[in-house]
Ligand binder design. Structure first.
Ligand code: PEP
Ligand code: MN
Length: 282
C-alpha cells in the first residue's frame, strides 16, 4: 500500500523539513517558550532597537500585555543604504539588558554570516529576514549553532523555496527552525505586501515545522495589523511577530506599520478569544 508519509518514500526535496519525516508536528523549544505547543507564542517589540530606554520601556509594556518574546533589530537590512542601519553591538547589549529586566526571551535579526556567533551570544532566537532567505552562506552558518532560528519567507519565495531554505539550516545540524509568513510581493500596492495566510494551513500540510505570522510587514499599515493578526490565529498560526512602540509615529523604522503598546494590549486580549476556536491558548 502506498503511504505518502512513509519515511522511505518521501517525495519532496526537503527531506528533513517535510511533514512525512516526522510522526507529529515539531515543537521548537526556547526555554519555557515553545513554538508549536497549545499556547501561542507572541513576539512583540520595536522594528529597531533605538535606545536603552526605548527598548526597556517597550519590553515592560509588551510583557505586561502578554508577549513572551521581545523583538528588536540591532542590524537592520535597509533598502536604502543611507537609512538607519541599527545600533549593532550596542543594540545587542540593550536587548540582553531588556531580557535581564523582564525575563522575556529575545529575537533579533542577523544579516551577516560573520556576525552569527556574536549575535547568538545575545539572543534566544536568530531571525533570518526576508531579504536573506536565500543567503545560503548565512543559512549554513546559523545551521551550525544550537539556537532557534526564525526563518522569514522571502518576499518572492514559493513555499517550496522557503522549505528548501529551512532544509539548508537543518542539514547543518540545527533542527530548531520556525517558519514565518511575512507577506509577498503582488500587484497590489495599497498594502506594502500581500499577507498570504494560505501559507499557514498549506505549510502545515507540507512540513512539521511551526509556522508563525508577521502581520506588520505583511500589511505595512497600522490599521490592518490587528485584523490580520486575528485572522492568522484563526488560520492556525503557532504565533505572531508584531511591531510595537510607545510612540509608533516616531519609530525610526517601519513607523507606518507599528502599533502602539495600548493597541497591542487590546489585540492580545482579543487573540485569547480567537485562539479558543482552534483549542489553543495564549
Ligand atoms: C523586521 O522584522 O524588521 C524585518 C526587516 O522583517 P522582514 O525581513 O520580514 O522584512
Ligand atoms: Mn521592521
Amino acid at each position: 500500500m502506498h503511504r505518502e508519509n512513509n519515511r522511505r518514500s518521501i517525495p519532496t526535496p526537503y527531506k528533513l523539513a517535510c511533514r512525512g519525516s516526522k510522526r507529529k508536528p515539531s515543537r521548537v523549544r526556547v526555554g519555557e517558550v515553545v513554538f508549536g505547543d497549545k499556547a501561542l507564542v507572541i513576539i512583540a517589540g520595536p522594528c529597531s532597537v533605538e535606545s536603552e530606554q526605548q527598548l526597556i520601556t517597550i519590553a515592560k509594556l509588551v510583557k505586561k500585555a502578554g508577549a513572551n518574546v521581545l523583538r528588536g533589530g540591532a542590524y537592520k537590512p535597509r533598502t536604502d543604504p543611507y537609512d538607519f542601519q541599527g545600533l549593532a553591538e550596542k543594540g545587542l547589549r540593550y536587548l540582553a539588558q531588556a531580557k535581564n529586566e523582564t525575563g522575556l526571551k529575545i529575537c533579533t535579526e542577523v544579516i551577516d554570516p560573520r556576525d552569527v556567533r556574536l549575535v547568538s551570544q545575545h539572543t534566544d532566537i536568530l531571525q533570518i529576514g526576508t531579504r536573506n532567505m536565500q543567503n545560503y552562506a548565512l543559512l549554513r552558518e546559523v545551521g551550525k549553532i544550537k539556537k532557534a532560528v526564525l526563518l522569514k519567507r522571502g518576499m518572492s519565495a514559493s513555499y517550496e523555496e522557503l522549505l528548501l531554505a529551512a532544509e539548508y539550516i537543518m542539514s547543518q545540524g540545527n533542527k530548531e527552525v520556525v517558519l514565518c509568513e511575512r507577506g509577498i510581493r503582488t500587484f497590489e500596492n495599497y498594502t506594502r505586501n500581500t499577507l498570504d495566510l494560505c501559507a499557514v494551513p498549506a505549510l502545515k500540510e507540507l512540513t512539521h515545522l511551526p509556522v508563525i505570522v508577521d502581520p506588520s510587514h505583511g500589511t505595512g499599515k497600522r490599521t490592518l495589523v490587528s485584523p490580520m493578526a486575528k485572522a492568522a490565529v484563526a488560520a492556525g498560526a503557532d504565533g505572531l511577530i508584531v511591531e510595537v512602540h510607545t510612540d509608533p509615529d516616531n519609530s525610526i523604522s517601519d513607523a507606518d506599520q507599528t502599533i502602539s503598546t495600548g493597541d497591542f494590549a487590546v489585540l492580545v486580549k482579543e487573540l485569547r478569544q480567537i485562539a479558543l476556536i482552534n483549542h489553543r491558548g495564549l
